[in-house]
Design a protein around this ligand. Structure first.
Ligand SMILES: NC(=O)c1ccc[n+]([C@@H]2O[C@H](COP(=O)([O-])OP(=O)(O)OC[C@H]3O[C@@H](n4cnc5c(N)ncnc54)[C@H](OP(=O)(O)O)[C@@H]3O)[C@@H](O)[C@H]2O)c1
Length: 300
């Protein structure tokens, strides 16, 4: 299977690149890949179309996205080009060549007014530009009607790139006190777990992935099990992390969101119900604390 993979410099794309090697021939495309004929900027729809037509993959996996949630408020057009328009163009080209598409989306498509986990059937109502553009991408793919999987995930972290875990570890070395929001609830999800779940699902597919997805495709929630707040996540990081000696941090303080205003508003509650994933693919991701522990102790 020839797999065209975007976003390989990102948290999830990087994990996908190493995980998918056992499943097929992975062809990485992106803004900074060395091979000029694979340089794909997702704001350039013509380039997207040309590269897909040239490579003719069996499967396209698109973890690339504009993920700067606050910055998106002042760059709505750029965020929409990457998150909303590019996925539609990728889907059209995939359909044209008979390829399937796997794409990733977010818990931020919801407004957070529920107090039980969101299912795939729940009504969306994004509260920020990022969420609106990601929802537009989901809808564009569904409208094209290509065999696809869209995985909505949440609070992605890893040891690469920009994420809450790395921010907390850095701040703990710089500050004696860190104040973290305690009234937003979600599920922190290690990018490696998302990549491994994607690979496990692909390994269930018979030779023709498009036929498999014509049956089992669609929208799925894909997050670690359990829930916490950003404060709870930070507390667990400092309890589980081993290198305590070079830490300046003395006090971790829980605060309400109103004491930490951000350009983009975020849902107060964005837990995703993963029952559909479990029913259709027999997959349940481990509890978020277990994943965090695994990641923090990778080198021990
Ligand atoms: N991060 C989260 O907390 C979170 C939460 C829920 C859902 N998600 C979703 O999960 C998926 C993976 O997120 P992630 O955290 O792995 O993202 P990430 O680490 O921010 O990586 C984003 C990737 O997209 C690429 N990209 C951005 N703009 C591009 C452009 N114009 N052309 C080509 N490539 C471009 C980046 O490449 P460059 O190196 O060239 O910039 C990078 O490889 C995304 O769909 C995201 O929306 C993420």
């Amino acid at each position: 299977m020839r797999i065209l993979l975007t976003g390989v410099t990102g948290q999830l794309g990087w994990e996908l690149q190493r995980t998918l090697m056992t499943i097929g021939e992975v062809i990485p495309v992106g803004r900074s890949v060395s091979n000029p004929s694979l340089q794909m900027d997702l704001t350039q729809v013509d380039t997207i179309r040309r590269i897909i037509r040239e490579i003719k993959p069996d499967l396209i996996i698109n973890p690339a996205a504009y993920t700067a949630v606050d910055k998106a408020e002042t760059e709505p057009e750029l965020a929409m080009a990457i998150n909303g328009i590019a996925p539609g163009a990728i889907a059209e080209e995939a359909k044209r060549i008979g390829a399937a598409l796997i794409h990733y989306s977010t818990d931020y498509v919801f407004d957070g007014n529920k107090n039980t986990a969101y299912t795939e059937q729940d009504e969306t109502n994004p509260q920020n530009i990022y969420g609106k553009t990601k929802l537009a991408g989901e809808q564009a793919i569904a409208e094209v009607g290509v065999p696809h999987l869209i995985f909505r995930t949440s609070w992605v972290y890893s040891l690469r790139g920009k994420n809450f875990l790395l921010t907390m570890l850095r701040l703990a070395q710089e500050r004696e006190e860190i104040r973290v929001v305690d009234d937003q609830i979600g599920a922190p999800t290690w990018s490696r777990m998302i990549a491994e779940a994607t690979a496990q699902i692909l390994s269930q597919a018979p030779e023709n992935i498009s036929d498999f997805l014509a049956n089992k495709g669609g929208l799925y929630n894909l997050t670690a099990t359990g829930q916490t707040s950003w404060y709870g996540f930070a507390k667990a990081i400092f309890e589980l992390e081993d290198r305590k000696s070079d830490r300046k941090l003395q006090r971790l303080i829980a605060i309400p969101s109103k004491e930490y205003p951000t350009p983009a508003s975020r849902p107060a509650y964005s837990l995703l119900n993963t029952q559909k994933l479990s029913n259709n693919f027999g997959l349940v991701l481990p509890p978020w604390e277990r994943c965090l522990d695994l990641l923090l102790n990778l080198n021990n």
